[in-house]
Each structure stands twice: as structure tokens, then as C-alpha cells.
Design a protein around this ligand. Sequence first.
Ligand code: SAJ
Length: 403
Amino acid sequence: MKERVCVVGLGYIGLPTAAVLAARGMTVHGVEVNPTVVESINSGKAHFAEPDLDMLVQAGTQTGRLTAHPEPAPADVFIICVPTPLNAEHSPDMSYVHQATDAICPHIREGNLVILESTSPPGTTDWIAGRVAERTGLRPPAVMFGHAPERVLPGRILHEVVDNDRIVGGIDDQSTERMAEFYGTFARGTIHRTNARTAETTKLVENAYRDVNIAFANELSRLTESLDLDVWDVIEMANRHPRVNILSPGPGVGGHCIPVDPWFLVSADPSNTSLIQQARHINLEKPEWVIGRVAQLADRFKTPRIACLGLSYKPDVEDLRESASIEVIEGLRRRVDGEVMVVEPNLPHHPDYELVDLETALRRADIVVFLVAHTPFKRIPIAMLEQRVVVDTCGILRRRIAP
Ligand code: SAJ
């Protein structure tokens, strides 16, 4: 018999997961606190852009296997996919996980599996099991609990939900086995079994690893500037070594995960995370450094016209979460007495910025600042950049493709 699944939180992870499970024939009861999102999903539309998601949501709602509601319902498997943001002190705000746990408690029955997919500090799955026991009287092994971190890349979510390797960590062996069986019904990647605390920590470590490595590249971009060298040349040459693989510098680190998750490790053990903390600071300072450089170049012009190319947090997506480009653009608007034009080919419009089309911006600009390596920017003919001061924070000139 196909499982009944209750997915709590229909955001960037919950909705694609719910839609994939429905496509596999499961009955999915999605839970979302935002009524507009509930309405949108029930009418067959995703509330954010992600390749192929609309199609899958529409198919799920048409077959009746995917429905969205304000409240949870009884199910065989509960999946918690709610946000775990940072609070002002850089420690995790677990209030949504706590609310989601309390909301599912009245529906939990013996034999159920409760999965936490939200990125969480070590020990959260144990906390959920404790809370459920307190509220329902049901203790493991009567109910099973585990963490399965999501590791999908925005822009490729539907592929990666299915194709990525999965880590499943239960609070006991029975929970781990049950999770492996559940993920095995729709995941094509290898399923790696571990315990809940290891799974929770692994996810944080993956994103901290990326942050530390990007910080290294960002530090190199400043170092090479002061040595009057091209950072892209240095990285390209160094990466010819068989055991060196340096990432790319940029205007800063954006998105909802990499700038956030390392703090969860720092908050779990501040005294043993000095490298992780330093990397965070290096990446956080990068937009200000870019602003300073552009402002210095702008001094040459009476009323400088600056074209900022790219607003999203990474290439070829419309996602603006924690975008370093926005920080740079805001800083330039404050610092430079001139015109700051914003180009973002992935968005039709933006509430705060009047978007300028690429050609107009290039024609008008004295200074061109590449902030995101979007594909259309890689096609800009070099002749269109002549006579302009170019600040290339993301290596566009390196990554050019023939128009
Ligand atoms: N960036 C650089 N230089 C690089 C690579 C990235 O500056 O060489 C910047 C990007 O421009 C962007 C930020 O880092 O601003 C993050 O982009 P990303 O593409 O590296 O990662 P995300 O945030 O889109 O997704 C990450 C992924 N984690 C890892 O690759 C370890 C994804 O697999 C996770 O599922 C996701 O975080 C998440 O939800 O945690």
C-alpha cells in the first residue's frame, strides 16, 4: 500500500519533495501557514520559480494526490521542512520546528515515522522525539524519528531531490532502517545510513566547508589586488596542480544556506570553530570591499553612471535571498553621487529597483560592475565594454562564450 505522507512546510524544499512523492503515487497532505500559498498550490501552481516544479504540482493536484492545508492530518510518515533562520545573535531560531512538532503531535499514531529535513543544530531530532513522547505518551520504538538533510541546489531541485545521495540518520536502528526504506521508494542516489546527530552535523559541515573554501578564494581576490595580479590567472594556474581546486571569488556569499549554516556550528561550539568564524567574516566583508573599489573608480567621473549587472544570489536564477549584489548596489547608491543602474535578466521587474535592460545599461555606463555570472553577460561582445571601466567580481571576462 502506498504511504500517506504529511509534509509540514511547503517552501523551497517541502513543495518539491511533496510534488515528487505525489508523482510516485503517495497521498501527500501538505501543510502551510500562508493561506496564499495554500491557495496557489491547490490551484496547481508553485509559489516560486523552479524548473519543472509547476508542471509537477499541477499533475499532483489534478490526480488529487497532492493537497495543501493549513493544518496537519494523520499520516504514515511526517516530514518537517520548515525554515530554521538565524536570530540576531547568530544562533538558530528553532521556533518553526517547535511549532511544527506541536502541530503534528495530535495526529501521531503508533508505527509512524517522523522525519526532520530542516537544517538543524545537532540534537534537534532527539528534542522532537522527547517532545512527542511528552505530548502523546508515545516513545521510540513505537514511533520512529530521524533526520534526512536536504542537499538540493536551487535551480536543480527536482533533479537533485531524486538523484542526490541521501543521508538518513535515525535516533535508533529501527528508525534508520525505516527511513532508508522510505527514501528508497523515490531517491535514485545511494542511501547512507548513520545516526541522527551525525546526519544533522554533516549537513552543517557541508555548507561550512563550502563557505570556508569560498572565503579562501575571496581572500585571494584581495591579496592579488594588492599585489597587482589577476586573481583568475592565479587560481587557474594553481588549479592545474592535481591536488588543488580553488573555488571562485565573488562579491560575497548569498543564498539561504551557506551564509547561515556555518553559524549553527559556531553556536554549538564557539571555542572550536575559529576558522569557520573567520571565513564567515571574510565573506561578510567582501561586499563592502567591492563597494570601496567601485567608489574609488567612480571618483574619476563627475557624475558617474554605474551599470550593476546581476541582482540574484547566484548565476541564472531569480532567487534574491541574501544576495551580496543587493548589498553592493545599496552601498553604491549611498556612497556614489551618480546613477546606479541595475540589470537582472532573470526578473521581469523588482519592487525596489527599476530594472534597466542590458543593452541600455551598457550603452550609458561609465563603469560596468559584473556581480553575477549570468549566461547573457558571458555573451556580451568585448567591443561593448571598450571605453568603460570594468569591475569583474565574478570572472565574467574569463567565462565569456561566443555570442
Ligand atoms: N559562490 C562563490 N564562489 C563559488 C561558489 C559559490 O562565491 O565558487 C557563491 C554563490 O555565488 C552564492 C553562494 O556562494 O552566492 C552559494 O551558492 P552555491 O551555488 O554554492 O550554493 P547554494 O546556496 O545555492 O546551495 C547550497 C549547496 N551546498 C553545497 O554545495 C555544499 C546545496 O547542495 C545545499 O542543498 C544548499 O546550499 C542548502 O539548502 O543547504
